[in-house]
Ligand binder design. Structure first.
Ligand SMILES: Nc1ncnc2c1ncn2[C@@H]1O[C@H](COP(=O)(O)OP(=O)(O)O)[C@@H](O)[C@H]1O
Ligand SMILES: [Mg+2]
Length: 318
């Protein structure tokens, strides 16, 4: 357990779990009530002290890293080691290129760029036939820098008015990005369910389903596939593997998330185990040598510069 906790003054599941675990072990908790900016003020000494864990949103922990003078770890998303487990081609392009549409590049609209078992099975109608998400020119887009916006299926031909509120907000942030900002693009995949697998010391420590809208009787992910992913990645630090079962029945990687500002779902971990998980990662982040080790394991792409979170909220988590 940490010696002390600095907690953002929000009542998220994550903050509540850590505060709960701290209380049970008589660990002092300092609540920062002045928002993300507040952490740079009165709490600097505590923040930098070895044994302190900071917990809160992406924005809060970003402010904590800035205040502590350490770099934000490079985003993970799609480690090269897991290429096979992605089942789809994933490319990095600029926001300007993506906004112009990807009809003929980097994959063809006939479905090349996606493995055959991820395509809609023959004769099976898409779950939602009128859905613009399966429109021919649509593709999935997400930022390379952590959480500039949440990934969504972008159809250059669709008027923003056709989208639900969440996708419309994400689309707006994406449309407003500088043309040179890097984004990931990939063919749109239909996930029947999504699960988060918490991994520490190279082994699974818990899992929970996290998609809110899926069917209750959706298939469960294939555990052999998950074990293979953990083995292929062999992470030397705590990570969360997000996996999904596609409409073709295959278990694939959705994305890999680093273990800071990481969401806690269901009963995947006890508050104490979740706190340990975060603390193991946070200690490395605060030690100045953390970045080279991560870059060696994960980066096959240029480091993203982070212009900051722009979706206007202070509650993002991974
Ligand atoms: N290729 C894809 N096609 C369609 N939907 C996708 C695709 N990849 C991810 N998604 C959906 O979008 C959500 C957000 O994507 P994710 O990669 O987790 O990005 P973020 O960093 O925003 O969490 C996922 O939880 C999943 O539901
Ligand atoms: Mg995600």
């Amino acid at each position: 357990m940490p010696h002390a906790v600095i907690a953002q003054d929000v009542s998220s599941v994550e903050v509540r779990a850590v505060v709960h675990a701290a209380m049970l072990s008589s660990t002092p908790v300092q609540v920062v009530s002045t928002g993300a900016a507040g952490i740079a003020g009165a709490h600097l000494e505590l923040l930098r002290a070895p044994g302190t864990l900071a917990v809160g949103s992406v924005e809060f922990l970003r402010a904590a890293m800035l205040a502590a003078g350490v770099d934000e770890p490079a985003p993970m998303s799609y480690p090269v080691e897991l290429k096979r487990s992605m089942g789809r081609e994933i490319h990095q392009v600029t926001a300007g290129q993506a906004r112009a549409g990807l009809d003929h590049w980097p994959w063809q609209p006939d479905g090349r760029g996606i493995s055959p078992d991820l395509q809609q099975p023959q004769g099976v109608a898409p779950a939602n036939p009128g859905d613009r998400r399966s429109a021919p020119g649509a593709f999935f887009v997400k930022p390379v820098a952590t959480k500039l916006f949440t990934g969504f299926v972008f159809d250059p031909a669709a008027p923003a008015a056709d989208l639900d509120e969440h996708d419309r907000e994400q689309r707006q942030v994406f449309m407003d990005l500088p043309a040179g900002e890097l984004v990931w693009v990939s063919p749109a995949v239909e996930f029947l369910c999504e699960w988060r697998i918490y991994v520490s010391a190279g082994a699974e420590i818990g899992r929970a389903r996290y998609d809110a809208d899926g069917e209750d009787d959706a298939p469960i992910p294939n555990s052999d596939e998950i074990s293979a992913m953990i083995n292929e990645l062999s992470p030397v630090q705590p990570v969360a593997l997000d996996v999904g079962v596609t409409s073709g029945g295959r278990t694939v990687l959705v994305e890999v998330n680093d273990a800071w500002a990481i969401g806690l779902y269901g009963k995947a971990l006890t508050p104490a185990r979740y706190t340990e998980f975060l603390f193991e990662r946070w200690q490395k982040i605060l030690s100045p040598a953390h970045n080279p080790a991560i870059a060696a394991g994960f980066a096959d792409h240029p480091r993203a510069t982070s212009p900051g979170f722009r979706a206007g909220k202070n509650s993002a988590r991974m």
